[in-house]
Ligand binder design. Structure first.
Ligand code: SF4
Ligand code: SF4
Length: 115
C-alpha cells in the first residue's frame, strides 16, 4: 500500500518536507502532471504528510473516496483539465486519481529527473 495524492492537490509543496523517505515530488510538466506525486515503491505509509496538506488531498490508498463532495469554493485540479473552484455539492470520484500516482513513476517522467 501507499498514500495517494489526489486532484485536490494545489501544488503548494507543504507535504514534501515532512516525508521521512523523501518520496513526494512535484509533477512536471505541470500541464501533464498537475499534482505532487508519491512514489508507491518508497512510501512507508507513515501518514506524516496527511495533516500537513492544507487541502486534504492525501489519503491512504484504500481510503481514497469514490464519492467526495466538494465544498463551495474548494478548488480541484483534474488530471488533463483546468483547475477550477467548486460551486459546492459536486460529487467527484477521487479513486480515478490513484492510477496517475503509479503512472507518474512507471510511465511518466518519474522521480530521478524531478526538478
Ligand atoms: S505516508 Fe509517510 S512515507 Fe508516505 S508519502 Fe506520506 S510522509 Fe512520505
Ligand atoms: S498534496 Fe497537499 S500539501 Fe502536498 S503539494 Fe499537494 S496541496 Fe500541497
Amino acid at each position: 500500500m501507499t498514500h495517494i495524492i489526489t486532484s485536490l492537490c494545489l501544488r503548494d509543496g507543504a507535504c514534501v518536507e515532512v516525508c521521512p523517505v523523501e518520496c513526494i515530488v512535484p509533477g512536471f510538466p505541470e500541464s501533464e502532471w498537475p499534482w505532487y506525486f508519491i512514489d508507491p515503491d518508497t512510501c512507508i505509509d507513515c501518514g506524516a504528510c496527511v495533516p500537513e496538506c492544507p487541502f486534504e488531498a492525501i489519503f491512504p490508498e484504500e481510503e481514497v473516496p469514490a464519492q467526495y463532495t466538494m465544498a463551495a469554493g474548494q478548488e480541484r485540479y483534474p488530471f488533463g483539465g483546468e483547475r477550477y473552484a467548486a460551486k459546492g455539492g459536486e460529487v467527484v470520484d477521487l479513486t480515478a486519481d490513484i492510477q496517475h500516482n503509479y503512472d507518474f513513476f512507471s510511465k511518466g517522467p518519474g522521480y530521478d529527473s524531478a526538478p
